[in-house]
Design a protein around this ligand. Sequence first.
Ligand code: CTP
Ligand SMILES: C[C@](O)(CO)[C@H](O)COP(=O)(O)O
Length: 229
Amino acid sequence: MSGLWAVVPAAGRGTRFGSELPKQYLQAGGQPLIAWTLQALLSHPAIVGAMVVLSAEDAHWPGWTELAGKPVLTCIGGAERADSVLAGINALPDDVRQDDFVLVHDAARPNLAHADLDRLLDLGRADPVGAILAAPVRDTLKRAGDDGGIDGTEPRERLWRAFTPQMFRRLQLSKALDAAHAAGIAITDEAMAMERQGLRPLLVEGREDNFKVTTPADLARFEFELAKR
Ligand SMILES: Nc1ccn([C@@H]2O[C@H](COP(=O)(O)OP(=O)(O)OP(=O)(O)O)[C@@H](O)[C@H]2O)c(=O)n1
Ligand SMILES: C[C@](O)(CO)[C@H](O)COP(=O)(O)O
């Protein structure tokens, strides 16, 4: 089975994190978060290269052209994450066929485990649509009122939290993203674009520690995870 390219959206500003430096370049364990993310992907035998999607204003990209002996390419993303993902897919090398699976993984998720990637690839490759890593909601969900009080409790049966990587076939995903963009629909993950096409990607349960670094508490959590390695 041929290897997969990973599209790594890394063009965000990290507004919710609140630092001057975009969060994907914040240091943990002696290197920027994006280095941990790329190493987690490129050290896996099934991943053959990474397309890192950068902001046009990015002044921090270290300029890697190879990591773990595999090619690292870059392109410029867009205003929204979905725009960046589409730019990354369109910039992939021509030898990535239209029906090849591609993996999309947030630069801001540095703690991806190979066991999760193995499971996603095994199940996703066998699925007619593709698959995403996710985890069932295990907490009670409250809807907040404007005053900070509880407006109600939401049913959580069969609710899952979507993670990345998410894996879909190149042409099918680019068409779905194009369609959502044309319809002016805000897409927050690749699966949502596929769902809009009437497709039902497979949910693959992944580890809760494959979290996205969004706030300073998440960075502290990743540093704790590193200390356990
Ligand atoms: N226009 C954008 C926005 C986000 N991303 C990337 O998508 C991933 C997940 O997005 P998020 O956690 O929201 O990152 P930011 O957009 O940077 O965070 P914020 O919403 O707090 O600004 C990150 O790796 C981010 O760099 C991107 O490539 N292009
Ligand atoms: C793609 C994602 O990480 C899945 O949970 C999430 O939707 C990204 O959301 P963000 O607001 O762009 O961080």
